[in-house]
Design a protein. Structure first.
Length: 386
């Protein structure tokens, strides 16, 4: 991987002997890997495609961190190693739109230097070095609406923003329980997030797929069932113009392709390729999810629909919007309130997404390794069971 980001600075803030907060200031969001090693206790932070600024210095040891060092791994991966006094739980989150990585070790009570909104907390699981296993595929889950935007409201007062958050959280739990998959939520509570910031969370997490969860209303209360949407070509071309206009400021596309240094025509071709590939993958994944939802209940439209929803407009992340059910239909409103039905919907979306990644695994992922070890044979249809 080419170098895509620079580590500009590292701060370590200790909170007595119990905890410490490490803040990494980056020039661009990085798909970090954080894991622990034992004997001695270490926390390892891998930053692919990252180089350390020549002026940047590692801070002195403090609190439970007894030493810091950095090194370079294959594929331009910058590795930071924190030596720890004891085994401590840790948490990683992204702040400042992904340009800051905040790693908290142990119990940190001191306030963060800068607020992290919207934060992307990711619990760190002890694991083997990533070279052994293949990376996780990252699923960005977007609970629609939130805060001052309640979304649709059912006849009995059920609010869309509440039920879709419950479904999103159930889906995250299901994804995180699956080896080789990890989820990030655009919101984990009742807060308002602008549509483009939702895409921003997915980009900062280097998501492999983006799923926006809704339960909208329609005038006709008899209408029920799920629908799945991907971006339309028309929506894509208007978005392309916008991205190109902003390309001087835009972060690089996911494959490490930079648009900033390309001439207008080449940038346009690259955008076009990225977006068409993205719509193609979105369509494949959406078809799997729709088929899976069909096993749970009624599907309103048996074909994946195409529309120009803003949240679907990442040029480089396959994206879909799932209308799980109609909150305007009294029967579906009742079901949407039930945690059992919420879990059933989440499970159906999960099985569709997993099937998609089994068939089309991203490079370097655990799924890709598993597919290779099966001899590259496609997964047999119908193997969608848990
Ligand atoms: Zn909605």
């Amino acid at each position: 991987m080419a170098t895509a980001a620079t580590l500009r600075g590292v701060d370590l803030q200790a909170d007595g002997e119990r905890g410490a907060r490490l803040t990494l200031r980056l020039s661009a969001p990085v798909a970090q890997k954080v894991f622990t090693l034992e004997n001695p206790h270490r926390l390892v932070i891998d930053l692919p495609g990252t180089q350390m600024d020549r002026a940047a210095r590692l801070p002195a040891a403090a609190g439970p961190v007894t030493g810091l060092r950095s090194g370079t791994q294959p594929k331009n991966t910058l590795r930071l190693v924190l030596q720890l006094r004891e085994a401590l739980p840790s948490q990683v989150r992204q702040a400042a739109g992904g340009a800051q990585l905040v790693v908290e070790v142990g119990n940190v009570m001191v306030a963060a230097a800068s607020p992290a909104a919207p934060a992307v907390p990711v619990a760190v699981q002890p694991r083997h070095a990533p070279e052994d296993s293949g990376r996780d595929v990252i699923v960005a889950i977007d609970a629609g609406h939130g805060g001052q935007d309640p979304g649709a409201t059912g006849k009995s007062g059920t609010r869309e923003k509440d039920v879709v958050l419950a479904i999103a959280q159930a889906l995250k739990k299901r994804v995180d329980a699956e080896p080789g998959m990890r989820a990030v939520l655009t919101r984990n509570d009742d807060r308002f997030i602008a549509l483009r910031d939702r895409i921003g969370v997915a980009r900062a997490a280097r998501a492999d797929i983006f799923i926006s969860v809704h339960a909208d209303a329609i005038g006709n209360r008899d209408v029920s069932g799920s629908s799945v949407y991907v971006l339309s070509e028309r929506g894509a071309s208007s978005e392309q113009a916008r991205w190109l206009a902003e390309r001087e400021n835009a972060a690089d596309l996911k494959g490490g392709v930079s648009l900033g240094d390309k001439g207008g025509q080449l940038a346009s071709v690259l955008m076009d390729l990225s977006q068409s590939a993205s719509i193609g993958s979105s369509m494949e994944a959406a078809e799997r999810v729709l088929a899976s939802l069909d096993q749970v209940g009624t599907v309103r439209k048996s074909q994946v629909q195409q529309a120009a929803f803003v949240v679907l407009k990442s040029p480089d992340i396959p994206s879909m919007l799932v209308e799980t059910a109609y909150i305007s239909n009294p029967g579906e409103e009742r079901k949407l309130r039930s945690p059992a039905y919420q879990a059933e919907l989440a499970d159906a979306i999960f099985r569709g997404v997993r099937e998609h990644f089994r068939r089309s695994p991203p490079d370097g992922s655990l799924f890709a390794r598993q597919q290779r070890s099966r001899g590259g044979a496609p997964v047999i249809a119908g193997s969608t069971g848990p």
